[in-house]
Design a protein around this ligand. Structure first.
Ligand code: N01
Length: 559
């Protein structure tokens, strides 16, 4: 180790998105620690630094997609639309960065290549691809759940003579699609946002659909001055709301059960939710994700709406040939997605009927031999979600690597800490509500918990904290059982299960018990002296807190 005073830190944070920025602020400004952030990109933003594809916009509503730790930050910021666009989110994160003077403690353009723990020095060594190394006692990953882009291994891509892009690594300049024939692979939340925008300017758009998807109209609109004033002056109410809902969104999930209202009433309620638009649709009934009958009612309603929008019945058939429960895959929301297929220059290709055989110099050829000539291919093909960004850090100790420990799928305690990896915390790791919730709200909860945990260690002279193996076993079982109580694991082709990545263990990754319940569990564990963790003091006295809690005293599902 080539350590000197300059490259040894109390804490290092990897990633400068929503989580890394807030974690830096809390550890540096509240605990007074020497902290730095190591960031791959050239600026702050995390997910939003990379996701600049046409139509990139957050599906969470603006009034809830923000930090709530500071009234001042809240009151001095103004969103312009119901859903924040990617440019505006970057502007917001830059505003927060500058307001809190965070930039001076961020190293940009540095990709972490390895994190190794030295048992002797009790320090993490963080190496980057540039060849430098930094050391810290506390290591916090803030790498996001959806940052490892997945470009599928389709034969022939290297031969393609046009341009190709992945939505999650979009160039930082405008691409002019005028006069170009574009092929888009993927119809998840991203593809559903991108297709209508690309279709506005390209000569021809061909959408290659493997799995059709439900989507609810977003009904985006500009905020008027009255609403802006309302949001600014209702900071406490909004904060209390997002922190109390199971999904962290600024709306409540109804207590109504789908089949306990009459058919007429049910249709009226679906219609009202459809008109309202966005992820709120999921909240119209309590049991949409726990009852197949309830879910089928919602699914039938949405399919009938898609049919009304799409003029060609054969195209409508392909778009509505959906075999999974509504919202069991991440439910997209859209602006004129289905209507895009009514345009003469937009073609839908059903890959279930005719899969891609190969990519050739001038386009994509299907197994039937049908060929689509293309100038551009857009991969809206998602991510090696949740575990991918963490495994890419090559985290290891002398005894184990994270890759080997997670060989059978992620295993940790609260999604926050991993046995055998001391003083390491994973913000929004697998096993936490993360992608089933409004991310900034989940992020604040994690960062606050980690900060209080480190403060506790500093106050009590504890030099090392590590999740117990038994805690990880109980928590991992609880995450699985909670998901099994819903329709979520019924979708076999879902990235929640890792099914989109060849060879990835099929394990349901996010915690489906609801952010509000999860928050209580985490708080109780902290209040009881970090139950389920081993805390080791300077004198190597082990203060072990055996885990005896039963995590599932409640259950509520959040989107
Ligand atoms: O990725 P996805 P995404 N051949 O994995 C298809 C978040 N997000 O980028 O379903 C052909 O959902 C794949 O098909 P299938 C949100 O959490 C947030 O759209 O595997 N097709 C699918 O259609 C979201 O869930 C916002 O059969 C292939 C698509 O590509 C997450 O990001 C906005 C293929 C991938 O869909 C990921 O969404 C947008 C192949 N070889 C996204 N491989 C916000 O609001 C994959 N596909 C914050």
């Amino acid at each position: 180790m080539n350590k000197n005073l300059n490259n040894v830190y109390d804490a290092l944070v990897i990633g400068a998105g929503f989580s890394g920025l807030y974690q830096l602020h809390r550890l540096r400004d509240d605990l007074g620690l020497k902290v730095a952030v190591i960031e791959k990109g050239a600026d702050v933003g995390g997910t939003w630094y990379w996701n600049r594809y046409p139509g990139a916009r957050c599906d969470s509503e603006s009034q809830g997609y923000a930090y709530f730790f500071s009234r001042k930050l809240h009151e001095n910021w103004q969103w312009s639309e119901r859903y924040p666009g990617h440019n505006e989110i970057r502007k917001y994160l830059n505003y927060v960065t500058d307001s809190l003077n965070l930039r001076k403690d961020i190293f940009f353009n540095k990709t972490v290549s390895k994190c190794s723990f030295s048992e002797d020095a009790k320090l993490w060594e963080i190496q980057t691809e540039n060849g430098d190394a930094r050391y810290c006692k506390w290591l916090i990953t803030a790498v996001g759940c959806l940052s490892a882009a997945n470009v599928p291994n389709i034969q022939g891509l290297s031969r393609f003579e046009g341009q190709w892009y992945h939505t999650g690594k979009w160039p930082h300049y405008d691409i002019d699609f005028k006069g170009l024939r574009v092929g888009q692979i993927g119809t998840g939340s991203t593809g559903i946002q991108a297709a209508p925008e690309i279709a506005k300017t390209c000569e021809h758009l061909t959408v290659f659909q493997r799995t059709p998807n439900y989507s609810i109209p977003a009904r985006n609109s500009e905020w008027d001055a009255l609403y802006t004033d309302w949001v600014r002056s209702h900071y406490e109410e909004l904060k209390a709301l997002v922190r109390s809902t199971p999904n962290g969104h600024p709306f409540r999930i109804s207590n109504n059960l789908t089949m306990e209202v009459s058919e007429a009433e049910r249709q009226k309620m679906f219609e009202a939710a459809w008109s309202d638009g966005g992820l709120r649709f999921r909240g119209v009934f309590l049991d949409l994700l726990t009852s197949q009958t309830a879910n089928s009612a919602a699914a039938d309603f949405i399919k009938s709406k898609i049919r009304q929008k799409v003029t060609d019945p054969a195209t409508a058939d392909i778009l509505t040939n959906i075999d999974h429960p509504y919202a069991a895959k991440r439910p997209p929301i859209d602006t004129h997605y289905f209507e895009t297929f009514n345009k003469d220059h937009v073609t839908l290709v059903d890959l279930q009927a005719d899969p891609i055989a190969e990519i050739v110099q001038n386009g994509i050829t299907l197994e039937s031999g049908t060929h689509h000539e293309l100038d551009v291919i857009v991969f809206a093909t998602g991510y090696d979600a949740m575990t991918g960004p963490l495994l890419n850090l090559n985290i290891e100790t002398a005894k184990a690597s994270l890759k080997s420990y997670w060989g059978g799928g992620p295993r940790n305690y609260l999604g926050l800490a991993i046995p055998g990896f001391p003083n390491l915390f994973t913000i929004t790791g697998p096993g936490s509500p993360s992608v089933l919730s409004n991310m900034p709200v989940s992020i604040e909860q994690h960062v606050d918990w980690i900060t209080e945990c480190i403060a506790h260690c500093l106050e009590t002279g504890c030099t090392s904290i590590e999740a117990q193996e038994q805690s990880a076993e109980i928590w991992t079982d609880h995450v699985r059982e909670t998901a099994d109580a819903t329709l979520l694991p019924k979708v076999k082709h879902s990235w929640y299960l890792g099914a989109n990545i060849p060879g990835k263990p099929r394990v349901f990754m996010p915690y489906a018990g609801g952010l509000n319940i999860y928050r209580k569990i985490c708080d109780n564990i902290a209040e009881e002296g970090y139950k389920g963790f081993d805390l080791i003091s300077d004198k190597t006295h082990v203060i072990s807190k055996p885990l005896d809690f039963k995590p599932s005293e409640g259950f509520m599902f959040g989107v």
